[in-house]
Design a protein around this ligand. Structure first.
Ligand code: TYM
Length: 329
């Protein structure tokens, strides 16, 4: 592993899915590799129509990055739009991105289905801009959740195509990364699907202990296992999936045995889950507010981050221009 790049769209407060899918990995990797972590504000524009809110969301995500343990001295933290080279690289890469493959992307099809009246060109080229984010620093690894796997596959397709087309070994094949093993998908507690901002089922890093307890106690379960060793319903399985990232293995084992023996009390299971989530979230939450309100500090972090990111980005864009034949006389 030599270079790590990843980003999160500023759509509001970060939730457990963002944390366990991406942020926790960033924080760990910052000491092991050259790391670039950005706030994907251009990407947020594909679905965002409230400028004031967008601006505040950038502040929120930045404060939450730092509160979660990202160290701006060690890692390069920046806002995507502060590094305009990414738009040039995106344009250059788009010349070799086929409309058909972009139209087949699951995230694009999903957005078209959910919002047929706003199928903008930015949505279609979203994966090209994302590939540009990653290839801008020639990333070897990209910490993301499971839902970003297809975008990473496309990034590798674009990188390979570029290398083949120009007969170079320039772009690496960036790999998605999660330090546990597999990429994770954190489910919601509403019975099915993933945890997400637009799903309205987020448990946020900024939530108070009381709010976390309330959200967890409302989690969907079932009437209890019908007989010993019966399979778990989706709602119950989701509780265990979140336990897998926040609880001790012995705790998980204990409740699994209780379920298998038909002795489980879902109230106890939820109480345990809530306390284990609080253990992860509370120390982060306590730092968020003071960081969020420190304008001078945030400005310094972003100025330094943008300057380091631009340095790396200009080098790549200059190389790509040369390779593609955009050359000076
Ligand atoms: P975004 O902003 O939707 O989500 C940010 C990160 O959080 C992860 N994530 C989850 N992981 C597990 N379970 C969940 N329920 C869950 N919900 C969100 C996402 O997988 C992601 O890692 N296109 C990206 C942003 C982006 C990007 C990039 C990422 C733009 N350019 C370059 C990496 C590299 C996105 O929309 O993520």
């Amino acid at each position: 592993m030599n270079t790590v790049v990843s980003g999160i769209r500023p759509t509001g407060q970060l939730h457990l899915g963002n944390y366990f899918g991406a942020l926790r990995n960033f924080v760990k990797l910052q000491h092991e590799a050259r790391c670039f972590f950005f706030i994907a504000d251009y990407h947020a524009l594909t679905t965002h129509d409230n400028p004031e809110q967008l601006h505040e969301n950038v502040r929120t995500v930045l404060a939450e990055y730092i509160a979660a343990g990202m160290d701006p001295q060690t890692a390069t933290i920046y806002v995507q739009s502060d590094v305009p080279q990414v738009t040039e690289l995106s344009l250059l890469l788009s010349m070799h991105a086929y409309v058909g493959e972009l139209e087949r992307t699951a995230s694009f099809k999903d957005k078209v289905r959910k919002n047929p009246s706003n199928v903008n060109a930015g949505l279609l080229t979203y994966p090209v801009l994302m590939a540009a984010d990653i290839l801008l620093h020639r990333a070897s690894h990209v910490p993301v959740g499971k839902d970003q796997e297809q975008h990473l596959e496309l990034t590798r397709v674009f990188a390979r195509r570029f290398n083949n087309m120009y007969g170079v070994e320039y772009f690496p094949e960036s790999q998605p990364y999660n330090f546990g093993s597999e990429l994770v998908k954190i489910p919601g507690l509403d019975g099915s699907g993933k945890m997400g901002k637009s799903e309205n089922n987020g448990i946020f890093l900024a939530d108070s202990d009381a709010v976390i307890r309330k959200k967890v106690m409302k989690a969907v379960t079932d009437a209890g296992p019908a007989e010993p060793n019966s399979p778990m319903s989706e709602g119950v399985a989701n509780i265990f999936t979140i336990m897998n990232v926040v609880s001790e293995p012995s705790t998980i084992e204990y409740f699994k045995e209780k379920h298998a023996a038909c002795e489980i009390r879902y109230g106890d299971l939820k109480k345990q889950l809530a306390e284990d989530i609080i253990k992860t979230v509370a120390p982060i939450r306590e730092r968020i507010e003071s960081i969020r309100n420190d304008d001078a500090y945030l400005r310094d972090v972003l100025a330094e981050g943008a300057s380091r990111a631009r340095e790396s980005a200009s080098k790549t864009v200059e190389d790509v221009r040369q390779i593609m034949g955009i050359r000076r006389f």
